[in-house]
Design a protein around this ligand. Structure first.
Ligand code: ZN
Length: 61
């Protein structure tokens, strides 16, 4: 199973997109991007909830 996160899905205008096999692998990458590109030093529980809601499973077809 592949998990996909796109910044666009939480209302950001950039084209950042990341894929990983688990959600656990995805979060540090998203956090690093949030810090580097959006100046977000700390992911709040509110933002984390948004991120989790935006993570999509890419199924097998
Ligand atoms: Zn972004």
């Amino acid at each position: 199973m592949t998990y996909v996160f796109k910044c666009k899905d939480i209302g950001m205008k950039d084209a950042f997109e990341v894929q990983a096999d688990t959600k656990e692998e995805l979060l540090p990458v998203i956090q690093a991007h949030a810090k580097a590109s959006h100046g977000i030093n700390e992911v709040t529980p509110d933002l984390l909830q948004k991120i989790n809601a935006a993570i999509k499973k890419k199924g097998m077809f």
